[in-house]
Design a protein around this ligand. Structure first.
Ligand code: IPE
Ligand code: IPE
Ligand code: MG
Ligand code: MG
Ligand code: MG
Length: 311
């Protein structure tokens, strides 16, 4: 392992510990002012889905991009926690029988297996809305106009034209609707689907650092481009791991996408070209960060990690 890779892994695990502690502290049993009570079963399902696992790469992207502008850590962690809550909600719903129908997530039973479907659906709903509660708090940024900009960007990344929209396209490609036949999507359509279902949240994470840090328009554009590239790389790596990984290492099911008829680049291009695409994306990510110089070394390492991860 190179020094920079070791440095990256220790920084990732430090942010993961901080994000975990923050989510734990936010999801308390005591109802804050304005809430009547927090039903125990729902809170427990939310905590189950958001604590005790996950790489926490999305909070890391917020922190690392915000570090470029010396943003106070408390702020970037709040925004990172909000983003992670949305991600955890997306996993709970993604695993439901009506979607990917999975029983294993982060090495444990999926939320609807550990609880029940209704509780899992409601835990997802509540994680989604709670993310915006977190983002609206002054600890995320003292300037309300910055908070509103982040709220709008995250809402767009998570919803109709972002993650949820991409999930719909993903299931449509499997042939779940209309005539029920799987669609054979062209590369461009797969790129769009994946930019929405996976890329949008990762891209938000990278852009958020620039918003928090008052970046220039050029800096914001570079971070947005970097976010789009790592977003694309992330899902290619996920789809490669579905083919080449094993469930014990991944902590989730493997070898499912092809049988399910998922539209993936790995599926239409094959393994070797998909891997070549991944390494080209890492090079492109590095070039995109060139304007930041050495300050962005950690984000270059992050792109490598996203492409080469084993879980
Ligand atoms: C898995 O995301 C879902 C996709 C978007 C492909 P991660 O691989 O980041 O999952 P965790 O958070 O580490 O469990
Ligand atoms: C899911 O993509 C992306 C989400 C929005 C959750 P996948 O369905 O491939 O993610 P995994 O493989 O279940 O983690
Ligand atoms: Mg899915
Ligand atoms: Mg899935
Ligand atoms: Mg997958």
């Amino acid at each position: 392992m190179s020094d920079s890779e070791g440095d990256f892994l220790s920084r990732l695990s430090a942010v993961a510990v901080n994000a975990e502690a923050l989510i734990d502290a936010l999801l308390t049993h005591e109802a804050p002012e304005g809430e009547l009570e927090r039903p125990h079963r729902l809170l427990e399902a939310m905590r189950y889905a958001s604590l005790g696992g996950g790489k926490r790469i999305r909070p890391f992207l917020v922190v690392a991009s915000a570090d470029l502008f010396a943003v106070p850590r408390q702020r970037s962690l709040m925004v990172g926690a909000a983003l992670e809550l949305i991600h955890c909600y997306s996993l709970v719903h993604d695993d439901l029988p009506a979607m990917d129908d999975d029983s294993l997530r982060r090495g444990r039973p999926t939320a609807h297996k550990a609880f029940d479907e209704a509780s899992a659906i409601l835990a997802g709903d509540s994680l989604l809305t709670f993310a915006f509660d977190v983002l609206s708090r002054p600890e995320a940024h003292p300037d309300a106009s910055v908070r509103v900009a982040l709220i709008q960007a995250l809402a767009r990344a998570a919803g109709l034209g972002g993650m949820a929209g991409g999930q719909l396209l993903d299931l449509a490609a499997e042939g779940r609707f209309a005539d029920g036949r799987p669609q054979r999507l062209e590369e461009g359509a797969i790129l769009t689907l994946q930019a929405m279902k996976t890329g949008a949240l990762l891209r938000f994470g990278c852009a958020a650092g620039g918003v928090l840090g008052g970046a220039s328009a050029t800096e914001k554009a570079a971070l947005d481009r970097y976010g789009a590239i790592v977003g694309q790389a992330f899902q290619i790596a996920d789809d490669l791991l579905d083919v080449e990984g094993d469930s014990a290492t991944l902590g989730k099911a493997a070898q499912k996408d092809a049988d399910a008829g998922k539209a993936t680049l790995v599926g239409i291009l094959g393994l070797a070209p998909a891997k070549a695409r991944l390494s080209a994306l890492v090079d492109e990510a590095e070039k995109t960060l060139a304007p930041f110089g050495e300050r962005a070394a950690i984000l270059v390492e992050t792109a490598k990690f996203i492409a080469n991860r084993r879980s």
